[in-house]
Design a binder for this molecule. Structure first.
Ligand SMILES: *[C@@H]1O[C@H](CO)[C@@H](O)[C@H](O)[C@H]1NC(C)=O
Ligand SMILES: *[C@@H]1O[C@H](CO)[C@@H](O)[C@H](O)[C@H]1NC(C)=O
Ligand SMILES: *[C@@H]1O[C@H](CO)[C@@H](O)[C@H](O)[C@H]1NC(C)=O
Ligand SMILES: [Cu+2]
Length: 169
């Protein structure tokens, strides 16, 4: 009996170890987007940002912008390098390296009023973060297709079934 439980545990462990996805998209501020009156410190809390994930900034481009800044600029709420100011209203930023990343809105005093976000990006490997959005169905290297995952489960179910049948005889 112990060996049966052990086998089932091993099968389950293998099935769970198969990664479901490599990267996540985070819409900054979720439904609120990038605007005044949102606490982005609170929004970032508990999120596990990884290299390869994406930040999506959605905002009204007539009222706001998005500047990627240094830690010093962040503290002072200024965007000293104007070429890092984006203003399309829909910015998709791929987190390509680990470390701290700082973003502000450089319009008027919006940054000091709270339009600022600092995150820490970790290396791509490690425990998978909870999915913020459904995983992309790309076939990036190292990713395992859903059909393979199902296959592992079916194999496990068959093995467990066979074991039960043998026991019942
Ligand atoms: C934003 O949220 C953080 C963390 O929950 C909190 O410490 C901070 O006081 C909040 N800031 C404002 C302006 O409410
Ligand atoms: C400003 O940012 C651009 C684009 O990231 C970069 O190529 C340039 O070197 C930066 N300029 C300064 C003075 O840091
Ligand atoms: C993330 O954004 C990309 C576009 O850059 C899109 O192709 C992909 O489907 C998105 N993934 C999710 C899970 O929304
Ligand atoms: Cu703004």
């Amino acid at each position: 009996m112990a060996s049966k439980a052990f086998l089932i545990a091993v099968i389950a462990a293998i099935a769970f170890a198969v990664p479901a996805s490599a990267a996540y998209n985070y819409t900054v501020g979720d439904d609120a987007g990038w605007k005044l009156g949102v606490n982005y410190t609170q929004w970032a809390e508990g999120k596990d940002f990884r290299v390869g994930d994406k930040l999506v900034f959605m905002y009204n481009k007539d009222a706001h912008n998005l500047a990627k800044v240094s830690g010093d600029d962040f503290k002072q709420c200024v965007a000293s390098n104007k070429s890092n100011i984006l203003s399309s209203g829909n910015e998709e930023i791929t987190l390509s390296a680990p470390g701290k990343k700082w973003y502000i809105c450089s319009v008027a005093d919006h940054c000091s009023k709270g339009m600022k976000l600092v995150i820490t990006v970790s290396a791509a490997d490690g425990p998978a973060p909870p999915p913020a959005t459904p995983p992309p169905s790309t076939s990036a290297a190292g990713e395992v297709s859903p059909s393979l995952k199902s296959y592992v489960w079916i194999l496990g179910a068959l093995a467990a079934f066979k074991l039960f049948m043998v026991d019942d005889q």
